[in-house]
Design a protein. Structure first.
Length: 148
């Protein structure tokens, strides 16, 4: 089973969309195995966005993600990363398909509601930034027994 990190960004928190976003991901069959609300500090934001360091928008990313609390979530399931990415939609809400989180709820490319890991390798790194092993809860849902 794949695991992926999802961050419900400050704009989603400010607009009261966290529950809907999490619900959409759970409705896709993904299992919630960890969740917490945090105020990300600059040091953590810089680690999380390290791949963008040196780019013109790096400071703006850090400023935005630290501007308000976020909700960090770990979701688990078969092909979790691909399912999350498709459910999120294109980074630019203007290009995101209807039915996706960003297509239905997004307003601006800079304020695009959600982050999801883009690969298994990045998911492992990102999860480790936000959660310790004892904060991730593996459990069996009855529906999992029916599918197996």
């Amino acid at each position: 089973m794949d695991k992926s990190l999802v961050l419900i960004k400050p704009d989603a928190i400010q607009r009261g969309l966290a529950g809907e976003i999490i619900s959409r991901l759970e409705n896709r069959g993904l299992k919630l195995v960890a969740m917490k609300m945090i105020q990300m500090d600059v040091a953590l934001a810089q680690k999380h966005y390290a791949i963008h360091k040196g780019k013109a928008f790096f400071e703006e990313l850090v400023n935005f993600i630290t501007s308000s609390p976020i909700i960090a979530v770990v979701l688990q399931g078969e092909n979790a990363i691909q399912i999350i990415r498709k459910t999120m939609g294109d980074t630019d809400p203007a290009k995101a398909l209807p039915g996706t989180i960003r297509g239905d709820l997004g307003i601006d490319i800079g304020y695009n509601l959600i982050h999801g890991s883009d690969s298994q390798a990045n998911a492992v790194k990102e999860i480790d930034l936000f959660f310790s092993a004892d904060e991730i809860h593996d459990y069996c849902k009855d529906v999992d027994k029916w599918i197996s």
